[in-house]
Design a protein around this ligand. Structure first.
Ligand SMILES: C[S@@+](CC[C@H](N)C(=O)[O-])C[C@H]1O[C@@H](n2cnc3c(N)ncnc32)[C@H](O)[C@@H]1O
Length: 376
C-alpha cells in the first residue's frame, strides 16, 4: 500500500439532507503505531491501516507526549515542503483518547472542589457555563432525545451531555467552509504550543473529483518545520485569556497577554445624570455597562479612564454634560477633569478591587501550590 493514496469519507461529517461537503481523509504514506499508546488507540490505528487510510510512511502518528497524546512526526517536515503544500492530511474516527477531558473535567468538579478557585472570574464563568449546559440538556432532552428515543442506543445522561460539550469545546475545528464546527478524531490529537504564533493550520482542499466535488480533504498544515520524531503543534487560539484556556482546554498557556481580568463598569440608573451619561457613552461605542480587559504588564485599555471619569462626573464638573460640550466632552474626559472627579474614580476602582479580592479565601502569600496528579 506504500505510496498509495486512498480516501475514506466520513458520513458523520455530512449528510445527504444538509448537502454540506463531506470530508475525506487521505494519507499518502504508511505508519507503524507507537506501542506505548493506549490499546484503544492502537486498535483504531490498526483499523485505519486496514482501511488504507494510514500507511508506514504516514507523516505523523499518535504518540504519548507530556500533554497526554499528541501527533508525532515520522519524518522531517521541511519549511519549503510545508509552503509548497506539504500537508498533514488526516481524518479519523475514535473516542476517548485523552487522559483528561479538561473542560468536562472542570465543569464536573464538585462545588467543594470548585471552591478552590473561589474569588476568580474563572469560577463565576464556570458556574455560568455549567448552568447553561444543564439548561441546554433539558431542552435537547425534551425536544430531541425523548421524541426520538428509538434512535438512541443508550440513555443519555447529563454527564454524557457534559462530555460531548467538552469534546466540542476542546477538540473541534472551526471556520471551515460550509461547517461551523467539525470533529475529526485523529486530527484532534494535535496539541497547542505558545511558540506557534499563527492560527493558520486548518484548510479544506477539493477531493480527487476536483473543484466541483462535494468531497473535501481536511488538510492540517504544520505551521512550522518539524524534525522526525518531534511533536507537531498548532496554536489553538491567539485571543483567549488564560481563564478561557482553563475552561476550554484545562491548562493555562505561557503566551504573554493571556492573564486578564475583566473589569465591568456600569453607569448607575440612579445617577441624576444617567440619561446624559448614557448618551455620551453610546456615542463613543460604549454602553450602560462596559467591560475592560486588564492585562498583566500591559497598558490599561484607552477608553477605561474616560468612561470612569464619565461615571464619576457630578457636582461642579457636571457642566461638561451640557449640550454645548457634546462634541468635545470625550476629549475632555481623556485627561483628569478635576481633583474631586479623579479622587472619586480612584475610590471606586479601589472599591471594585477590594471587593474582588475579598472573594478569595487566601492571600497570595498564603497560597501554596499543591502538585496535582492531573497536571502534566
Ligand atoms: C485537542 S486535544 C489534544 C490531544 C490530547 N492531548 C489528547 O490526549 O487527546 C486538547 C487537549 O490536549 C491537552 N493539551 C493540548 N495542548 C496542551 C498544552 N500545551 N499543555 C497542556 N495540555 C495540552 C489539553 O488537555 C487539551 O484539552
Amino acid at each position: 500500500m506504500a505510496g498509495h493514496c486512498r480516501a475514506v469519507s466520513w458520513a458523520s461529517l455530512s449528510g445527504p439532507l444538509t448537502r454540506k461537503p463531506s470530508y475525506k481523509a487521505s494519507w499518502t504514506y504508511m505508519a507503524e503505531s507507537d506501542p506505548s499508546v493506549p490499546p484503544q488507540v492502537q486498535t483504531f490505528w490498526q483499523w485505519l491501516r486496514e482501511e488504507g487510510v494510514v500507511s508506514s510512511k504516514t507523516p505523523v502518528r499518535p504518540g504519548v507526549v507530556p500533554e497526554g497524546l499528541g501527533l508525532v512526526t515520522q519524518r522531517d517536515i521541511a519549511k519549503t515542503e510545508r509552503e509548497a503544500g506539504g500537508r498533514l492530511p488526516m481524518a479519523t474516527l475514535y473516542r476517548h483518547s485523552s487522559r483528561v477531558y479538561q473542560f468536562y473535567y472542570i465543569l464536573c468538579r464538585s462545588e467543594e472542589e470548585l471552591s478552590e478557585i473561589q474569588g476568580t472570574q474563572l469560577l463565576s464563568t464556570t458556574l455560568d457555563v455549567k448552568k447553561y449546559v444543564q439548561s441546554e440538556f433539558l431542552k435537547v432532552k425534551k425536544e430531541v432525545i425523548l421524541p426520538n428515543w428509538q434512535l438512541f442506543p443508550f440513555p443519555i445522561s447529563l454527564d454524557d451531555f457534559f462530555w460531548a460539550f467538552g469534546i466540542i469545546r476542546s477538540r473541534a475545528f472551526s471556520r471551515l467552509r460550509g461547517q461551523s464546527l467539525v470533529l475529526i478524531p485523529l486530527v484532534d490529537l494535535i496539541n497547542h504550543s505558545h511558540t506557534v504564533t499563527t492560527e493558520d493550520h486548518a484548510h479544506e482542499i477539493p477531493g480527487p473529483a476536483g473543484l466541483f466535488s462535494w468531497d473535501l480533504l481536511f488538510s492540517l498544515r504544520s505551521p512550522a518545520p518539524v524534525k522526525a520524531g518531534e511533536q507537531v503543534f498548532i496554536q489553538y487560539n491567539l485571543k483567549k485569556s488564560n481563564a478561557e484556556f482553563v475552561l476550554d482546554y484545562g491548562f493555562v498557556d505561557l503566551m504573554p497577554n493571556r492573564d486578564k481580568y475583566m473589569l465591568t463598569l456600569k453607569i448607575s440608573e440612579s445617577d441624576p445624570y444617567f440619561g446624559d451619561k448614557l448618551d455620551i457613552a453610546e456615542s463613543n461605542d460604549l454602553g450602560q455597562t462596559a467591560c475592560f480587559d486588564i492585562i498583566l504588564d500591559r497598558p490599561l485599555p484607552p477608553t477605561m479612564f474616560p468612561y470612569l471619569r464619565l461615571i464619576a462626573l457630578g457636582g461642579s464638573d457636571a457642566f461638561l454634560l451640557e449640550s454645548s460640550f457634546t462634541d468635545s466632552v470625550w476629549h475632555h474626559l481623556e485627561l483628569p477633569v478635576s481633583r474631586a472627579n479623579e479622587e472619586l474614580l480612584c475610590r471606586s476602582v479601589q472599591h471594585v478591587c477590594k471587593s474582588a479580592l475579598s472573594g478569595y479565601h487566601t492571600t497570595l502569600e498564603e497560597v501554596t501550590i499543591h502538585p496535582c496528579s492531573h497536571c502534566f
